[in-house]
Design a protein around this ligand. Structure first.
Ligand SMILES: Cc1ncc(COP(=O)(O)O)c(C=O)c1O
Length: 396
């Protein structure tokens, strides 16, 4: 773990999307801040990925090359070893990204005007996908029970009875609240979905960032999962390959898989990109140790944040993070309103955290922070917040 390389990406002198001044200006009204809003990593990727990309570049030949089957085998082996999950390589379909996969499935498995259910606060692109596909957004908000987010099954059942829902869009692990759904919770969800013949699309992009004491349960690990679909096996979040990763749809049902496969093929979306393909194989075949080190590093960061908040900013609540490198911060006890909170965090502490109302409009006094950064950078961010809070709270 001491060897985990955390080079601060600012040292490259290059502005990635997270630092892009135009985007910062548009989102925060200023670009004079340290950004923690986008869900990617500051860290350089695992060495085997870089070596593989170098090998391809040195080869200098980029002829047509299709190795999707080898990718599927690598993903299946990874999931067997890491999550004791048995996946059949032949059940995968490759698309260019997880969101592409979800957008395509939503269009194929429902008709315009029909309902697609989400569980806010949740990754904001889900609502965007549903809206742009002209489907109806149906909300089944998570509920907070004794400081833990839980699914509201009574509300879910009621929505499935009344809202013409065809699809449930599940986020497991859940971005932004950090829950890693337990088998019993997923079983209950599947049981209700099956009763109403609703298909669950399970976005499992964050499946490998799981903290001690928790275990990732894919929807595909359940007994009665057959009519459902998961997006498992994107290396984007796990290995920090956001700009070169594909997405992988896993469909156990033969008829549904045949239909989706032919749609993907008819649009030529299944064409491999050699750099992506070989980088993905290298990641899943040789990246185990790097991911273990990453998770240990993030755990150390989480421990530091927990302790800092307890001693210096006890009115800022952080919900237990079971997985993902996002933390969900609740500022409701500060007594600030939406405007004064933004002023404190963005203008004074100069931090670009994701506004909570991106994930649910009721969560304007929450913020999401991506902590996949070197610990000193995260520490400095919280210390800036602590400093401006100590100056501000005297005035409140
Ligand atoms: C839950 C979830 N799904 C999908 C994505 C994006 O996936 P992709 O870049 O493969 O489309 C993200 C990125 O933050 C995410 O958090």
């Amino acid at each position: 773990m001491d060897t985990f390389i955390t080079t601060n990406r600012e040292s490259f002198g290059h502005k990635f999307a997270k630092e892009n001044p135009h985007m910062l200006q548009r989102i925060f009204g200023t670009n004079d801040l340290t950004p923690f809003w986008l869900a990617d990593m500051d860290f350089p990727v695992a060495q085997p990925i870089t070596q593989e990309l170098q090998r391809l570049v040195n080869r200098g030949v980029y002829a047509y090359e299709f190795n999707a089957d080898e990718v599927y085998r690598a993903i299946a082996t990874w999931n067997k070893e890491r999550h004791q999950l048995s996946l059949k390589p032949e059940n995968f379909i490759q698309v260019s990204g997880v969101l592409t996969g979800i957008a395509l499935l939503v269009r194929e498995l429902s008709d315009p005007g029909e309902g697609v259910l989400i569980q806010p606060p949740v990754y904001h692109q889900f609502a965007q996908i549903i809206k742009t596909a002209n489907r109806k957004i149906v909300k089944n908000p998570l509920k907070l029970v004794n400081g833990t987010y839980q699914m509201d099954f009574d509300d879910l059942e009621q929505k499935l009875q009344t809202e013409n829902v065809k699809i449930i869009l599940l986020c497991n692990p859940h971005n932004p609240v950090g829950r890693v759904w337990k088998t019993e919770e997923l079983q209950q969800l599947v049981e209700i979905a099956n009763r109403y013949q609703v298909t669950i699309i399970s976005d499992e992009i964050h499946s490998d960032i799981i903290y001690s004491g928790h275990r990732f349960n894919s929807l595909m690990s359940l007994d009665k999962h057959l009519q459902h679909i998961s997006l498992i096996g994107s290396p984007a979040k796990t290995f920090g390959m956001q700009s070169i990763a594909n997405g992988y749809i896993y469909i156990p049902d033969d008829d549904t898989r045949k239909t989706i496969k032919s749609v993907v093929a008819s649009m030529y979306l299944n064409h491999g990109n050699a750099l992506t393909t070989f980088a993905t194989i290298a990641a899943y075949r040789k990246g185990q140790e790097w991911v273990n080190d990453l998770v240990s590093y993030l755990e150390k960061t989480l421990a530091w944040i927990t302790s800092y908040l307890k001693s210096e900013l006890p009115m800022v609540k952080m919900y237990p993070v079971e997985g993902t490198y996002q933390v969900w911060l609740d500022f409701r006890e500060t007594g600030l309103n939406q405007k004064t909170l933004a002023d404190l965090v963005v203008k004074q502490a100069k931090l670009g955290l994701t506004p909570g109302n991106w994930f649910a409009k009721e969560n304007a006094l929450f913020m999401r922070m991506n902590i996949a950064s070197p610990l000193p950078k995260v520490q400095q961010a919280f210390q800036q917040l602590g400093l401006v809070w100590s100056q501000t709270s005297d005035l409140l």
